[in-house]
Each structure stands twice: as C-alpha cells, then as structure tokens.
Design a binder for this molecule. Structure first.
Ligand code: NAI
Ligand code: MG
Length: 491
C-alpha cells in the first residue's frame, strides 16, 4: 500500500475559529463601597460623592468623593507640613529607599492593579498587565535611582526641591500617569497633591494602600478625587508651587491663563495628532503592526497615538489592503478577557465625541471601513475604524479624536510627507517607516514632534524624555529632563 492509499483518519476541521473566553478573575481586587480623600496619611470623609463605573457594562463600582476647595486646601496644607517637616531635607538616599519600596510593591501587586485598571478604565487586561503596570513600576525604579544623584545630574547647579506639587492626570493611563508625576516629584524632594481623572480614580485610591505599605511619611503624597472643579481648586490653591497637568489642550490653555503672573511653575502635556509615515521601501507587514499598535492600542485613547497615517502613493493599495485584513483579526471585547485586543471606550462622553467626529468624516466625504465585529450591548464600545480618501482639511485629519479611528492620507516625496506631517497645531509624536537610515535621520531632524519613533511606535521607557511642541504642551517627563520641572537651581 502506498502512502497515498493508506486510509486517512478523518479529523474534524473546526468551522468556527472564535476564541473561547478567557476572563481574568476579579476576585483579587477588593473594591470598597465608598472612598474618601487620602490626606496626611488619613482617609477624610467626603461630603459629596459620585459613582465610578466600569465602562464595559456600566456596572457601578464605588462611591467616590467630589473634593471641594476646602478639601483641596487641607490636602495642600498636609503636603506643606510634610515638606517642611523633613521630606525636603531628607538625604536623597533615604528618599530613594521609599521609591524603591513603592516600585517593588507595585510589582508584587501588579495583577491586582491591572485588573482594577481594566475594570475601571476599560483597557484590555493584556495592556494593563503588560504595559501599564510594568512601566509604572519602572518609573519608580528609575527615579529612585536619581534621588541621591541630583548633584551629578546637574553639575555645579545645586538643585533643590520646588515645594508642593499639584498634579492633575487623565483617564487614559491612570496609574502610569500617576507614576510619571509622583516618582520624579518625590525623587527631587517635593511633596504632592494628586487628582486623578473623575472616571478612573480607583487605581490611584488603591495606590494609597501602597504608600502605607511602603511607610511613606504622612502627607508626602495626598490624593483628592473629583472632576474639573477639584482640578481648578488645586490650580488656584495659593500654597501650591508647581502644577503638572496632563489632559486636553483646552483645559491646559485655561490653566496656563490662570497661572499667568503667579510665579507658579507649570508643565503641560496635552493633545496630539501624530503622523505615522510609511515610505515605499518599508517592511509592510511590520509597518501594519506598527500602525495597528499606533492607533488601536488603548482604544486610541493615547495622546501620542499615530492617528494620521501618511502612505507613499506607490504602496497605498497593498498597504491599505493588508491593514484592513489585519483589522478583521482584532478582537474587540471584554477588557478583562485575556484575548481582547481592543477594550471599552472610557466614558459615555468620550464615546459621544468619537461618534461625532466619525460622523463628520463620513459627511465630509471620507470612505469609512470597519471590520465585522459584534460589539457588546451594554457599556461603551466603538469598532476599530479606518478612513481613506481623507483630505487634509477634514476635521478627522485635524482634530484629536482620542478613539480607535485612523485617517489615511498619501504623499509622493519625503518633502511632501514632512510638510503634511508638520501641518498641525500639535507636536507630540511621529513615526517613520523606512529601510533607509539616512532618511530616518533626515525626517526626524525636521519633524516638529517631541518623540519620533523609527520602524516602531508607542514605545515608552522611563529613561526617555517625553513631551510636546506647540499645542501639545511644554516641559518633559521621563529621563533626566523629567527631573528639571521639580527642581530649583541656586546658580
Ligand atoms: P480634561 O482635560 O477635561 O481632563 C483631564 C484632567 O483634567 C481630569 O483630571 C479633569 O478632571 C481635569 N480638569 C478638567 N477641567 C479642569 C480645570 N478647569 N482645571 C483643572 N483640571 C481640570 O479632558 P477630558 O474632558 O477628559 O477629555 C477631553 C479630550 O481631551 C479627549 O477627548 C482628548 O482629546 C483629550 N485628552 C487628552 C489627554 C492626553 O493624554 N493628552 C488625556 C485626556 C484627554
Ligand atoms: Mg474635560
């Protein structure tokens, strides 16, 4: 009997290749019914609360305080006392010990934090587990390393802390933005009042537990929750020396106006409309992965998202075909499912904004593509979207959408790519895809963006400074540069 004649055992070929669900257990997280403010190492009872929910299904998670001007004043006073009572004069090597401890505790409790982050914010567990948590811990490790080396970081400039820092953060990377703000501030000897975003307060509140575990002296970090009114009260607080803000350009401008002439220090990390530029010699499959990571990572709720894709004309058709094919393989669904690539939109308000801008794209004449996918009925969801036939003048090519929506444009020459890429009020990040090293250098020198990635996108490292030009804000976070906003220099 030849090989071919042998009777073949029939194997059932599965007709359906959908993934079985693989939910991460939420038992590891204990959410309290009600949270107050963490001030001077104590929990203050809030007079007024609001409900924070899970965007995947609108399940209420906890009652959280809406801090008043008076609550903020108490938090700032606690930070001032802690500053004067020893934190600012503690040797750097002692401050470092606390930061190292915090970093290690975050690593130990990473799963708990990742589950809570995905539950409260809607991002896929895969991302909170593999990106947000490792990076948050890495920031504390990194700045712990600088705490006793500030004189070497700034030779002959005699650095000293600024004082009390008021820090206001957004909802797209709640714990990671906390780490970006708190770690350098503490390393430099400042104390902090931090306000998380109203939709995502829970990991910041759980972080208070980490502070206790690390035995950080009371009042060095204080956390008040609430919406923009609480943020405004912090900005206006007399006894704050520095404000660090990450959020919308609109609020950033408002804060800058309020602080004009007060002598308070300010750093702003605002919106973006990044160009991701693919040349005809780029490795197309890799570029497609980078494009997907650039705009669908974290549902596109990323200030440095590659939301404007510029493709060299000669490869436009094959690239868009590959991209659309790749989109059909993205799994949109439960943030706590380990298979999900794209989770829930953070809030009803953000979903509304995305819908409105997408409708404007259709209206203005762009061609829309969305892969077939079944979206859950409850909660806030939006399918990954690609717009082709986009003109530079369309709103979807100009405004920050902050959702899983990509606008594809074309170019012929590097000069044209550059001109179109820089034609934006923003300047936070950009991406360049090409095999030619010389072209990468030529482009990166001319792109007006704080961060430029070459043959990759959305890579972060605590050692690398991050920040923008123009309406994307000013000041740098990360790296040695990230220490400067938290230091005064006696020259
Ligand atoms: P937002 O700028 O209003 O909120 C960010 C933070 O600022 C929150 O903690 C908020 O409570 C606080 N805040 C709001 N008003 C304030 C005020 N007057 N004074 C002080 N603090 C204030 O951003 P929002 O409304 O959540 O999102 C709107 C758009 O902003 C998004 O669609 C997106 O385009 C952009 N955005 C950009 C972010 C970034 O990382 N660059 C982050 C969040 C939003
Ligand atoms: Mg707002």
């Amino acid at each position: 009997m030849t090989e071919i004649d042998k009777p073949q055992r029939e194997v059932d070929v599965p007709a359906d290749w959908t993934y079985a669900s693989a939910p991460e257990s939420r038992d590891i997280v204990h959410i309290r019914d009600r949270y107050g403010y963490y001030v001077g190492g104590e929990w203050l009872e809030p007079a007024e609360t609001y409900e924070t929910i899970a965007p995947r299904d609108e399940e209420p998670l906890a009652a959280v305080g809406q801090a008043t001007t008076e609550d903020v004043r108490r938090a700032v006073a606690a930070a001032r006392t802690a500053y004067a009572d020893g934190w600012s004069s503690l040797p750097g090597s002692e401050r470092a010990k606390y930061l190292f401890r915090i970093a290690r505790i975050l690593q130990e409790r990473a799963r708990e934090f990742a589950v809570l982050e995905s539950l409260n914010g809607g991002k896929p567990i895969k991302e909170s587990r593999d990106v947000d948590l490792p990076l948050a811990a890495a920031h504390f490790f990194y700045y712990a390393g600088w705490a006793d080396k500030l004189e070497y970081a700034f030779p002959n400039r005699r650095p000293r802390p600024v004082g009390v820092a008021g820090q206001i953060i957004p909802w797209n990377f709640p714990l990671l933005m906390l780490a970006w703000k708190v770690a350098p501030a503490l390393a430099c000897g400042n104390t902090v009042v931090l306000k998380p975003a109203e939709t995502t307060p829970l990991t910041a509140l759980l972080f208070c537990d980490v502070l206790r575990q690390a035995e950080l002296p009371d009042g060095v970090v204080n956390i008040v929750t609430g919406d923009g009114r609480t943020g405004a009260a912090l900005v206006e607080s007399e006894d704050v020396d520095k404000i660090a803000f990450t959020g919308s350009t609109e609020v950033g401008k408002e804060i800058q106006r309020r602080l004009a002439g007060t002598g308070k220090r300010l750093t702003l990390e605002l919106g973006g409309k990044a160009a991701n530029i693919v040349f005809d010699d780029a490795a197309l499959d890799q570029a497609v992965e980078g494009i997907v990571n650039g705009i669908y990572f974290n549902q596109g709720h990323v200030c440095c998202a590659g939301s404007r894709l510029f493709v060299q004309e000669s490869i436009y058709e094959p690239l868009v075909a590959k991209l659309e094919r790749r989109l059909t393989t993205l799994r949109v669904g439960d943030p706590l499912d380990k298979n999900s690539d794209v989770g829930a939109i953070n809030s009803a308000a953000q979903l509304e904004k995305i819908r409105e801008l997408v409708a404007s794209g259709v209206e203005e004449g762009a061609e829309i593509y969305q892969p077939p996918c079944v979206l859950p009925e409850k909660g806030y969801w939006f399918a990954p979207t690609v717009f082709t036939n986009v003109a530079q003048s369309y709103r979807i090519a100009q405004e920050e959408i902050f959702g899983p929506v990509l606008s594809v444009l074309t170019f012929r020459t590097p000069e044209e790519a550059l001109e179109k890429a820089n034609n934006t009020p923003y300047g936070l990040s950009a991406g360049v895809w090409t095999e030619k090293g010389s072209r990468i250098l030529w482009m990166t020198q001319r792109l007006r963006a704080g961060v430029v990635w070459a043959n990759t996108f959305n890579r972060f490292d605590p050692a690398s400074p991050f920040g923008g030009y123009k309406e994307s804000g000013f000041g740098r976070e990360g790296g040695r540069h990230g220490l400067e906003p938290y230091l005064e220099f006696e020259e």
